[in-house]
Design a protein around this ligand. Sequence first.
Ligand code: PMP
Length: 396
Amino acid sequence: GNMSSVSIPPPKCLLKSLVVPYRHMFGPGPSNVPLRILEAGANPVIGHMHPEIFKIMSDIKSGIQYMFQTQNNMTLAVSGTGHSAMECAIFNAVEPGESVLTAVNGIWGERAAEMTERIGKLPCYSDSFCQSYGLCDHTAISSQALSKHRPVLFFLAHGESSTGVLHPLEGIGQLCHKYNCLFLVDSVASCGGTPLYMDQLEIDILYTGSQKVLNAPPGTAPISFSERACQKILNRRTKPVSFFLDLSWLANYWGCDGKLSRVYHHTGPVTAFYSLRESLAVLVEEGLQNSWERHQEVAEYFHAGLESMGLKLFVKPKEARLPTVTTIVAPHGYDWKEITAYIMKTHNLEISGGLGPSVGLVLRVGLMGCNSSKANVDMVLAALKDALKHCHKSKV
Ligand code: PMP
């Protein structure tokens, strides 16, 4: 072998054309992307520092402020999926020597705790007040957790997509602030599909994802920080562990720091920004309240249909059911994997099993954004009926 010879041959697979099937994306995400939003992303690439992209980013910022119902100036989209927004929130908001509290009512609280632990020298307290993956008890949060551990940040998932629980948020922000703690809320699976008022609820950091209710491709994550959160973050003694997610850099790139010039931080995913802008435009055209009402109405129609075919909903109290992602008790006697595989193969439709603590216990169906319609509910119900007829059922 000559040092300069090409020893890895060109892969034959790449000489065949790209093939991507169309699927009904009715799992907990990603959801289907309407042509209009896909086409927005097919516009020409321009520079990540060109004035036209700054205008598009400014439009995105206004769209997120509307979606979150916030006046926060520090509002932007992280270049990455929901996980990057989670890390952006946690890595910026806390420093070594402080402590964090996470409500573990499903996988997202577990993940938030894991991210916090990775910072090091930073105790993270979890789960002392959530009853078996259900709802957290307000009095337990304050008396046991906030007063005892004195955390600087409290994490709660609004829409717990692993369990299908919609957690009430009323009063928690006020409670946190009594203890000088920031309130961090994950709304990746809920925002846009159910009422959420960032400012009124005194939420300090709120984030969501592009690929759920917004029906944009995965890869951007809206996030917003309150004035209180910014005060703490911009007065840190140490730098955040992540350069990429450092809010002072992101604030400059998104024009949120009041400076006249922007400095290169990273190459923003410009085509993903076009799609995100288009998805926010769709939400603005429909109107937030109309979107909330449609998701609720479709969810109730779906839940009634499931119950009438003898299936059981995993979340018992109606008001705690997430309208975007429904968890169904895994049908007795069946292998849930056979059901999801059968529905994919026969109906070209994705639904999923459980995640984290709910694996084996549930089937999960997401009807988000444009997918939230009665026609799609009928399609899922027909697919489930068909699967229960054709999949293997044990006698025991
Ligand atoms: N939080 C919640 C509630 C989610 O449902 C998800 C996505 N399933 C995430 C966070 C993580 O988002 P992503 O997969 O985009 O990183």
